[in-house]
Unconditional design. Structure first.
Length: 394
């Protein structure tokens, strides 16, 4: 039985007049929710969250948010310098709204015959639960109003998801955990969180994390249903992930990914994730770590394993081609690059790689055409290269 979203919509209606320019989006969410436009609800929720974060940056950090979008705004408060400004549980809720908003805003399918992303009432309840919790925290923080808890009947609701980064296995390690605790910003008194619906373990919200990052899902043998809710809530929180007891290879991978993204170092958790056969995302991460450490032969080996396990993963294929170029395997790189461009003609990195290959072969005219194509597809790196070369595309 689906969870009734009406109590949440009523709460949004009550809160809307207290949230300035976000009021219009909150009212639009209510209208869309009652019209069963659940994708629209999640997209407006994303806009509301973006407005709140911009306000916090302006008021609390005394900074100008500029043109930063939601993903960049959320990441800002996960950085070491800003930890503690937004409580961990509220950041987790923000990750849920961010994840479902991103997923709902994009198609994610391939052929026009394929089904796109399906968003139903259960999924939208997960996002609205988190948004109400965020609004309740913000209202109390700014003394806007005392917000009463929202009680929604428990059911098979998709749990909150944390969008978007990598994380890896095992325990964070004593040194890493101490560093997180020592350098964490002074704790702030956290208001009692708004009560949200109890959810049963489900992979739906966690799968949304991978979809947003455009990563392949872990093999079933690498996952545990009893962890899914916790992993979805804490997918970018290295401290929380590092404290999971007896983690699955998936939990280990998520910890390793966050550690690498945030701290730029390898986590011992990655080794635990790699023990699960067929885990393409873990192998790809191991390749990225090896690249960062200058171990290009090891990077090639890991990226090739990921290539075999997830042959349609474009970012992996591009990384592998780049490593082949760097290690002077031009023939193998050329085959990989040509196959990448043929498989994904609208993927800018493929043309940028082909530009590099042709430039090495001194085929300047053909190389510049690829650089122009990459620029037309939105590659900032290609555009900068064109400006450096002072070349005007035809």
């Amino acid at each position: 039985m689906a969870v009734d979203i009406e109590p949440l919509l009523q709460k949004l209606t009550e809160l809307a007049p207290r949230f300035g320019r976000a009021e219009a989006d909150l009212h639009t969410m209510v209208t869309r929710g009652r019209a069963h436009d659940y994708k629209g609800v999640m997209q407006n929720a994303r806009l509301v969250l973006e407005a709140l974060l911009r306000s916090i940056i302006t008021d609390d950090l005394k900074q100008t948010p500029g043109k930063a979008m939601l993903d960049e705004l959320v990441t800002k408060f996960r950085q070491q310098a800003n930890l503690g400004i937004i409580p961990t549980n509220v950041l987790a809720h923000m990750g849920t709204v961010q994840a479902w908003g991103n997923l709902s805003a994009h198609d994610h399918a391939g052929s026009l015959e394929d089904s796109g992303v399906k968003v139903g009432q259960d999924e939208v309840v997960a996002s609205l639960n988190s948004l109400v919790a965020i609004l309740g925290w913000y209202a109390e923080k700014k003394n806007l109003v005392a917000v009463a808890p929202v009680r929604v009947p428990a059911a098979a609701v998709t749990p909150p998801s944390r969008l978007p980064l990598f994380i890896g296995a095992g325990v964070l390690g004593i040194a890493g955990l101490i560093a997180l605790l020592v350098f964490r910003a002074p704790a702030v008194e956290t208001p009692k969180p708004v009560e949200v619906a109890k959810v049963e373990p489900s992979f739906s919200a966690l799968d949304a994390v991978y979809a947003t990052r455009k990563h392949p899902l872990p093999p079933a043998a690498c996952r545990r249903a009893d962890e899914a809710t916790q992993l979805a809530k804490n997918a970018t929180d290295a401290q929380a992930l590092g404290l999971i007891e007896n983690p699955s290879p998936e939990a280990a991978f998520l910890l390793a990914f966050v550690t690498f993204e945030d701290l730029k170092r390898k986590s011992p958790a990655l080794d635990a994730a790699l023990k699960c056969p067929g885990f393409a995302a873990a192998e790809h991460l191991a390749g990225l770590v090896a690249i960062a450490e200058g171990r290009l032969p090891d990077a090639q080996q890991h990226l090739e394993v990921a290539r075999r396990e997830a042959p349609t993963w474009l970012d992996n294929r591009a990384r592998l081609a780049g490593v082949l170029l760097q290690t002077d395997h031009k023939d193998a790189a050329g085959k990989e690059i040509d196959a990448l461009v043929a498989a994904a003609p609208d993927y800018a990195p493929g043309y940028l790689l082909r530009f590099s290959l042709k430039a090495l072969d001194h085929a300047q005219d053909a190389a510049m055409l690829d650089l122009c194509k990459a620029t037309a597809l939105g590659s900032a790196q290609a555009r900068e290269k064109l400006e450096q070369l002072q070349f005007k595309c035809p």
